[in-house]
Every structure is written in structure tokens, then in C-alpha cells.
Design a binder for this molecule. Structure first.
Ligand code: GLU
Length: 468
């Protein structure tokens, strides 16, 4: 049974890189009928926060990356880590070390001066020290001195590291708490993880983790270290590049399916296909197709994909999100009002939910000013008569349906013997403030009678003021 895990440290929000790792882990488990484990690596008590745990859970939930096991919390597994540290000590695969910070600092400085790689020199390795209750001691893993650690990384290919390059790493601090490499190994072993997919900032830890797994007689998982994500300037993606937390994208009006589709393409490909539904990703995903070079974040492409999903998603889902967005900016749309038509018309031209909601705000609240060009073109004195006639006829209408509105507009063009533009365009600018909107009869219907009449009055007054 294939088992993957996503193991974030809760020291901030779920960022784009983390979400992509989570997606790859989730996809691989789904693609193989395996299981996906979520493990919160919260052993760094100073930097881990409950808010961050929540932010990670929220981000995963938004993206629909559901786990089969967990979330497990490392802070609740300390007893187990201590048990394994005891086991390694008893087996002779770990030892107590009393080297002081001063000694280690001096050693490091000497090695640096001699242009050597700084590493622990094994001073306490064979001293057989036991804790005496007074001297602060750490526990170190007794790394083999001979031989090579080798593994076939799914992304990077074969990696070999000589044991002589690795020193005896600390597995328990002097306060007894386990270190990152130890807890990860114990968890990967206990949780029967078969595939470790993670960022390549961890690749240097892998040979050390493999040695500890070997000492514990535990199976070694398959590793896939994915390259980092770069900003559009080629530097590692960070806050400098704008939003990095996935929930910021939700707030900015991106859809979870678009985000997933965008993330999967940051480091994985299938020919030159760009659009993948969730089901398709699951069907096509393989570790072999992970890219070995770093991907760059590109907001334009994300917008393009989001636009695609705005149009391709079920209309009612988009309507609900637009309604929510309008609510968040203080506009509560009458729940009875059917937004479908207008959302459907506008979704073709918006990149995000927020953009879409912005472009239809005029339906629910008065706009501040006319677009100057639109007003200049459509709200001249020759617009007065059509607007007056529209106002009178609209006021007299007993039913406020698109067809009736349409009939009023057409009859006025006939009565005044002018083209549609001479009536429709002043009306459009009067109602929306600008020259673009969905078909004018639908716009009038959507705005409702009182608002439509008030805006026609406003335009009439405006024309008067301009020419008075
Ligand atoms: N907790 C580590 C991190 O957030 C990941 C550890 C791992 O995947 O092995 O960077």
C-alpha cells in the first residue's frame, strides 16, 4: 500500500510551495489507490503557533486536499521519540556527548580556517558517557564511518554520499527533546510512509535519515525531492513577490480548482497540456513526470487558468462566490434576485471573482462618477429627449421583465426615428456610468425600477448641469 505524507512545520501560512508539495503527495496517493497522511511538525515550540496550524488546515480544506490519516502532531509523540532514542543508545547506535558550545564553536572556527567542512569530530563517540544529572549532554547518532549512502531520487536521479561526509548528528538536545531528523525518521517509520515527496531543501537530510532508518531496521521510503519555486525574477519565491499564502489567493478571488491546476503545472507536466481537472490530474499523475528544474511563478498564467475555470465551472457555484464577495465589500444582494444572467455575461471577461464582482457593483450601489469619455460621447444634449421618454415609459411599465423593457426601448427608437445607439447608449451610461455592460434590456431589468428611474434622473440632471 502506497502511503505519502505532507509534513508542514506550522510556522506561517500554507504557502504556494507547501501547497504544491501537499498536492503532489495527495495526487500520488490518489493515483495509486494509496493513503495520504497529514503530519504537523510542531516540535519547534518557539516558532509553531496554533494559528499557523489552523491556516494550514484551512488551506488544505480550501484546495480539497483531504487526508486519510491525521493530522498527527509531533508534539504529542514525544514519548515515542524518547523511546527510540533509548533504543538507539541501547543498541550502541547513539551516544551521549558532553562537548560544550565553546568547544564546538572553536572546532568549527578551526575547520573553517583550514578550509574544511565544519563537522563534529567524534570527540565523545567512544567515551561511553552516561548522564550524571549535572553535565548537560546531547545524544548523537553514531553515523557509520565507512561506506556510501545511495538512493534513487525520483526527481534528481541517483544520489550517493560518502559516510565520511556525514558527521554524528544530534538526535536529542540537552533538555532531552528530539531533533527534526530523529522525529521525521520515527514518524516515517511508524506511519509506514512508502514515498517521501518534499522540497529539495531537505535533500541533504536524506542520507542522514536513511542511516537512522537502517539502524532501526526500518524500510527506506522512495524519495522525490521537488525543486523550489522561483519568482518571475528567478529568485526563490518569497513575500517580496506578492502573495505567497494560498488563502491570499482565495481572498483575491481565485478558484481552488484553478489554483490546483496552476500548482500542478509548477513542476509536473503531461505533454503540453495546460488544463487538468482534478480527476484528470489523479488519472495522469506520476512521479516520473516531475520536472527536475525549478519552476517560476507566473501570475499572468494563473489568471489565464482562473479565467478558464470561471467560465468552465458550474454557474451556480460562481454566482455563490460572487454573492459572497459582494457581501464582503458591503453589498448585500437581495437573496431573491437571480444573479445568474449577469454573472454569466461577465464571467467571460473577468480573471477573478473579485474582478467580476467589481464590474457588477454598479447594479447594487450608485457609482461615484461617469466615465468621462463615455459621458462625453453619450450624455450630450441630444440624449435628453430619449432619456426623458425612457423615463416616462419605464415609470408607466407595470411589469419589469426584459421583454417589456426591450419593447419600450424599441418603440422609442421608432418614435424618435433614431438608431438603437442613440437610445441604448445614453441609457447604458446613465445606468452603469460607463459604456460597457451586458445587453441593455437585461441590465435595466437587473437594476430594478426605482434604481433605473433614479439613475435616468441623475443623467438628465447631469446633462442639464453640463449645458446650463
Ligand atoms: N517539516 C518540514 C518542513 O516544513 C518538512 C519535513 C519533511 O517533509 O520531511 O520543511
Amino acid at each position: 500500500m502506497i502511503k505519502t505524507r505532507f509534513a508542514p512545520s506550522p510556522t506561517g501560512v500554507l504557502h504556494v510551495g507547501g501547497a504544491r508539495t501537499a498536492l503532489f503527495c495527495w495526487l500520488y496517493s490518489r493515483a495509486t489507490g494509496g493513503k495520504f497522511v497529514l503530519r504537523i511538525e510542531d516540535t519547534d515550540l518557539e516558532r509553531s503557533t496554533p494559528e499557523s496550524v489552523q491556516a494550514i488546515l484551512d488551506g488544505m480544506a480550501w484546495l480539497g486536499l483531504d487526508c486519510d490519516e491525521g493530522p498527527f502532531y509531533q508534539t504529542r509523540r514525544f514519548d515515542r521519540y524518547l523511546e527510540v532514542i533509548e533504543q538507539l543508545l541501547a543498541q550502541g547506535d547513539a551516544y551521549y556527548c558532553q562537548c560544550s558550545k565553546e568547544r564546538l564553536d572553536t572546532l568549527r572556527a578551526e575547520q573553517m580556517a583550514a578550509k574544511q567542512k565544519p563537522r563534529y569530530d567524534g570527540c565523545c563517540r567512544d567515551l561511553g558517557l552516561r548522564p550524571d544529572g549535572k553535565t548537560p549532554m546531547v545524544v548523537r547518532f553514531r553515523n557509520p564511518r565507512e561506506g556510501v549512502v545511495e538512493f534513487d531520487d525520483c526527481v534528481k536521479g541517483r544520489i550517493s554520499v560518502a559516510n565520511s561526509e556525514l558527521d554524528d548528528l544530534v538526535i536529542a538536545r540537552s533538555d532531552g527533546s528530539p531533533t527534526y531528523n530523529l522525529s521525521v525518521v520515527v514518524d516515517d517509520m511508524d506511519m509506514a510512509i512508502t514515498h517521501v515527496i518534499r522540497g529539495d531543501d531537505h535533500v541533504n537530510n536524506t542520507p542522514r535519515q536513511i542511516n537512522i532508518l537502517n539502524a532501526l531496521d526500518a524500510p527506506v521510503p522512495v524519495y522525490a525531492h521537488v525543486p523550489m519555486i522561483l519568482g518571475d525574477d528567478g529568485k526563490r519565491l518569497s513575500k517580496r513577490h506578492g502573495a505567497v499564502g494560498v488563502m491570499q489567493y482565495r481572498e483575491a478571488g481565485y478558484l481552488p480548482d484553478a489554483m490546483l491546476n496552476y500548482l500542478v503545472r509548477l513542476g509536473w507536466s503531461h505533454g503540453d497540456q495546460e488544463i487538468f481537472s482534478r480527476a484528470q490530474m489523479v488519472e495522469l499523475f506520476s512521479l516520473e513526470a516531475l520536472n527536475s528544474s525549478a519552476a517560476s511563478f507566473n501570475t499572468e498564467k494563473l489568471n489565464w487558468i482562473n479565467q478558464h475555470y470561471l467560465v468552465a465551472s458550474p454557474l451556480d457555484e460562481i454566482v455563490a462566490l460572487v454573492r459572497e464577495r459582494l457581501h464582503n465589500v458591503g453589498i448585500d444582494v437581495d437573496p431573491e434576485l437571480d444573479l445568474s444572467n449577469i454573472v454569466d455575461l461577465y464571467r467571460q471577461r473577468s480573471a477573478t471573482i473579485n474582478e467580476l464582482a467589481d464590474s457588477i457593483r454598479y447594479c447594487f450601489e450608485d457609482f461615484a462618477d461617469y466615465d468621462p469619455k463615455a459621458a462625453q460621447r453619450a450624455l450630450g444634449t441630444d440624449a435628453l429627449q430619449p432619456l426623458q421618454r425612457l423615463r416616462d415609459e419605464f415609470e408607466a411599465l407595470s411589469s419589469w421583465q426584459t421583454e417589456d423593457i426591450h419593447a419600450v426601448i424599441t418603440s422609442i427608437t421608432e418614435e424618435l426615428d433614431v438608431g438603437m445607439g442613440k437610445v441604448g447608449q445614453p441609457l447604458r451610461v446613465a445606468l452603469t456610468g460607463g459604456s460597457f455592460s451586458p445587453p441593455i434590456d437585461q441590465t435595466v431589468e437587473l437594476l430594478g425600477k426605482p434604481r433605473s428611474l433614479a439613475r435616468i434622473d441623475r443623467a438628465i440632471d447631469y446633462i442639464g448641469a453640463q449645458n446650463g
